[in-house]
Structures are given as structure tokens and as C-alpha cells.
Design a protein around this ligand. Structure first.
Ligand SMILES: Nc1ncnc2c1ncn2[C@@H]1O[C@H](COP(=O)(O)OP(=O)(O)OP(=O)(O)O)[C@@H](O)[C@H]1O
Ligand SMILES: [Mg+2]
Length: 357
């Protein structure tokens, strides 16, 4: 495997455009999952797409590959507008892997790659049924090509294993081999290192560089920032369906809005900032009311206590009540924020089973 860590940013600045997505919007009922996103990928580039859980990354991939028909916008591959039909997109030259692995688990590793090859074989149904010389020749060529790809991703020795028996990391590599079998000019990878250990992740990095070195442009979604910043010539950041920033690893890493988006800290003009401000105002109001109530209760308790001539105990109760109220009021915002983050983390796991991922 040829490996290079050169980013090639300067080299690709004038290269031909492979993918041109413009104004892509995807709405599901009232939810706008992707809003007016422009993105280009040029020949020889590795471009990253990052963003918090639910930012719209997979939905954007689904729009690029014809799985979803975008509500607005269009997608071009090498200057031709793509019809939103998955097989036509694959035929045009875009291949992908899925966030939740999609292999034929009861087929062998080799057969899975052969399935990915079918868009490039000319032999039709009759030829296959009659198994004539043309079919046999084409079949031999396909097998040879599939084996070469398995070699490339490091799975040649497992060609006859059932896909379902491969460890998780190898299943992800098999998906890459299958995608490459359609001879794409652009490969879309949706979280290729999810569930991988560090050493598998490093091998996948090398694999992505090697794919680029074969002349295939790559657009990759990943949550592993080390992976993204090491690999990508350019990185686009999606937040709540909108492209927030796009640039080199340095530009993106240095942008405080990106850090804020990941930490969930709103900033001026952020998508959804108005809603966040509204929630914060409501919380502040509730906090003030709780504090006022606590003070009133404390005063009442003190009055009662004085009336019963037991000031020490009553004061302690009143203080405790008021402390509780304060603790509730103070804890309101962070306590709410914490489960939201936890949900997001959970979602990262649960969404790997999502249907359209
Ligand atoms: N088919 C669908 N119908 C309705 N809503 C959807 C559909 N697909 C995605 N969404 C919603 O669109 C938003 C974006 O989801 P998407 O899966 O694209 O996010 P993501 O950036 O890939 O997140 P993750 O990092 O968790 O994979 C989410 O709110 C999700 O619930
Ligand atoms: Mg996703």
C-alpha cells in the first residue's frame, strides 16, 4: 500500500471539480435536517464533514447519493447534474459506505465485493443464465478485480469467509472494498472508523490516503477529530443542518464557533441561538421565582417558629428549604444541559442502527 501524509492542499487548489453540491436542503415535515449547503470536492482531495450528532451529515450524504431527493438544490458529478436515483449515482461514479454497516452477511467476503462490481459488468441476465464464454470471461475478470481490491484493503486471506464472521473493523474495510468495486471517482465514507480500536483506525487512515493516491477523491464523515485533521485537505462543519465553517484543519480548529458548537455553547448568530436564548430566559425567570418563593417560605417559617418560641429549629428549617430551592434553581440550567449531552452521546450509538444511515 502506498502511503503518503501529504495533504496536497496547494496541489488540488486548481484541480477539476468532482463533486459540486449547491444549495442542498432536506426537510422532513417541519424539520430542516440540511439547510442550503454548498460543498465541492476536487480531484485528488480528501474532504472532511464534521459536526455534532444530528447535525445532518448522513442526511447530506443521502442527498448526494440519491437515497433522498433533496427538497431544494442540486448535485453534480464532474459537471453533470445527477438524477436522485442511487443506481444512477453509482453508475456515474460516486460510491459510499454506510454509518451502519450494510453487507450481505450470509455471503462470503469475495461475493460481497462482486456484488459491488455489478454496475461495471456488461454481461446481462441471459448471458449469466446461459453461462456462455462471454459470461465466464467477464466473471473471471470480476473475480480478479475483486481479489485485487481485497488485497488492497488487507482482506485477501479472508475471501472465502462469511461476511458476518468478520470482526467489526474488518466489516468496515469490506464495505470500502465493495464500494471501490464500482470503480468510483468519488468515495463517500460515513464514519469509517466507528467502533474501531486505535490500531485499526491508523490502518484506515493509511487506506484512505492510498485510495486518494489511486486518483479517487474522498469525502469523509467522522467524529474522530485526530483522524479528520490528519487526513483532510479541507473540512466543512455542519451544525443544525447548516454549514458553519469550511477550511483547512488549522482554520477549523482555530474557529471558536466550532468549539462552541461541539461543547454546546451558543454564540451570537448561531443557528438556533434565538431558541437557546428563549430557553435561557425562561430558566432565569423560573430561577428568580423559585428564589422568591424560598424567601417567602423562609420568612413564613421564621414567623411560625417565633410564634412557637423555637427560633433555632425554625431557622434551620427555613435555611434548609431556601437552600433546596436555590440548589434547584442553580442546578436547573447545567442539569438540563447535561442530559442533553448524554442524549447526544447515546444517539451516536443508537443512530448507527438507523435505517437510512
Ligand atoms: N428519514 C428521516 N425522517 C425524519 N427525520 C430524519 C430522517 N433522517 C434524519 N432525520 C433527522 O435529521 C437530523 C439529522 O440527522 P442525521 O442522521 O443526518 O445526523 P448526523 O449528523 O449524521 O448525526 P450522527 O453524527 O449522529 O450520525 C436529525 O434530527 C434526524 O433525526
Ligand atoms: Mg450520521
Amino acid at each position: 500500500m502506498t502511503t503518503t501524509t501529504e495533504t496536497g492542499a496547494a496541489k488540488t487548489a486548481t484541480a477539476a471539480t468532482v463533486l459540486d453540491a449547491s444549495g442542498v436542503t432536506m426537510r422532513f415535515g417541519g424539520l430542516t435536517a440540511v439547510r442550503n449547503v454548498d460543498l465541492t470536492v476536487r480531484e485528488g482531495e480528501i474532504v472532511g464533514l464534521i459536526g455534532p450528532n444530528g447535525a445532518g451529515k448522513t442526511t447530506f450524504f443521502n442527498c448526494l447519493t440519491g437515497l433522498y431527493v433533496p427538497t431544494e438544490g442540486q448535485v453534480s458529478y464532474k459537471g453533470t447534474v445527477l438524477p436522485p436515483k442511487p443506481h444512477l449515482v453509482t453508475q456515474a461514479g460516486i460510491a459510499r459506505t454506510f454509518q451502519n454497516i450494510r453487507l450481505f452477511s450470509n455471503m462470503t467476503v469475495l461475493e460481497n465485493v462482486l456484488v459491488g462490481r455489478h454496475t461495471r459488468t456488461k454481461e446481462g441476465l441471459w448471458s449469466a443464465l446461459l453461462r456462455g464464454p462471454g459470461f465466464k470471461k467477464a466473471e473471471a475478470a470480476s473475480r480478479e478485480r475483486a481479489m485485487e481490491l481485497l488485497e488492497f484493503v488487507g482482506l485477501a486471506s479472508k475471501a472465502e469467509h462469511l461476511a458476518r464472521n468478520l470482526p467489526y473493523g474488518e466489516q468496515r474495510k469490506l464495505e470500502i472494498a465493495r464500494a471501490l468495486a464500482s470503480d468510483p471517482g468519488l468515495l463517500l465514507l460515513d464514519e469509517p472508523t466507528a467502533g474501531m480500536n486505535q490500531s485499526e483506525t491508523r490502518t484506515t487512515e493509511e487506506l484512505v490516503f492510498a485510495i486518494r493516491d489511486r486518483g479517487i477523491a474522498v469525502l469523509v464523515i467522522e467524529h474522530d477529530m485526530k483522524f479528520i485533521f490528519k487526513l483532510c485537505d479541507r473540512v466543512a462543519v455542519l451544525v443544525q443542518g447548516e454549514k458553519l465553517v469550511e477550511g483547512t484543519a488549522e482554520v477549523v480548529q482555530g474557529d471558536e464557533r466550532v468549539v462552541a458548537a461541539y461543547l454546546g455553547t451558543p454564540y451570537e448568530g448561531a443557528p438556533g441561538a434565538a431558541e437557546v436564548a428563549e430557553v435561557e430566559a425562561a430558566e432565569a425567570h423560573a430561577e428568580a421565582e423559585a428564589a422568591a418563593e424560598a424567601t417567602a417560605e423562609a420568612a413564613e417559617a421564621t414567623d411560625d417558629a417565633e410564634a412557637e418560641d423555637a427560633p433555632a429549629d425554625a431557622d434551620a428549617d427555613a435555611d434548609a428549604d431556601s437552600d433546596d430551592a436555590e440548589a434547584e434553581a442553580d442546578g436547573g440550567a447545567p442539569a438540563d444541559a447535561a442530559p442533553a449531552d448524554a442524549d447526544a452521546a447515546d444517539e451516536q450509538h443508537s443512530t448507527t442502527e438507523g435505517d437510512s444511515k
